[in-house]
Design a protein around this ligand. Sequence first.
Ligand code: SF4
Length: 201
Amino acid sequence: MADIIYTYHNSVYLNITNKCPCRCVFCIRDKADAIGEAENLFHETEPTTEEIKDAIDRFDFGGKDTAVFCGYGEPTNALDNLIKSAEYLKEKFPEIKLRLNTNGLSDLINERETVKEICAHFDSVSISLNDVSSEEYDKITRNIYPGKAYEAMLKFARYCVNEGVETRLSVVDVIGEEKIKKAKEIADSIGADFLCRKYDR
Ligand code: SF4
């Protein structure tokens, strides 16, 4: 069975699904079966709620202050399990902060507004902005909603800010300085934090 919980640079990550509506050009899944201390992050079958709770029960969270739902996939593709396992983790370890790393396409994936229920269970949300226009975003993410994914992602981010959770938009430095500057302006304009990640070659 693939790892549901793993550590990477001393942080804890939960890998609750491999599903994703994108096929990003830089996706780590195309390069390796696992990262950090995980051995294999590709599930043979999608984990059930019980399997995720069992993994939480078995994992030693001692000394950890944050758990990140990130996955080898898009966590909101398993929304029900995401909410239930976040709730379970918070009940067991109220001191641990929960972060969601997401492509921000949950409303399209789940065909309804999902920000309120997500934000009710998370302390922070990190959303991949990727680029500064819908066309470029579609090229980078190769998502299944061309023409509407970028706006949906920005709306998701705005709603997260409105819900009062710590919200961050991120890009990878390969887009170049000019676009990085514009991306920061977009983050500023909606009241989100901004992170420019280094491309991990
Ligand atoms: S959204 Fe994340 S998991 Fe999905 S393809 Fe892009 S980088 Fe990979």
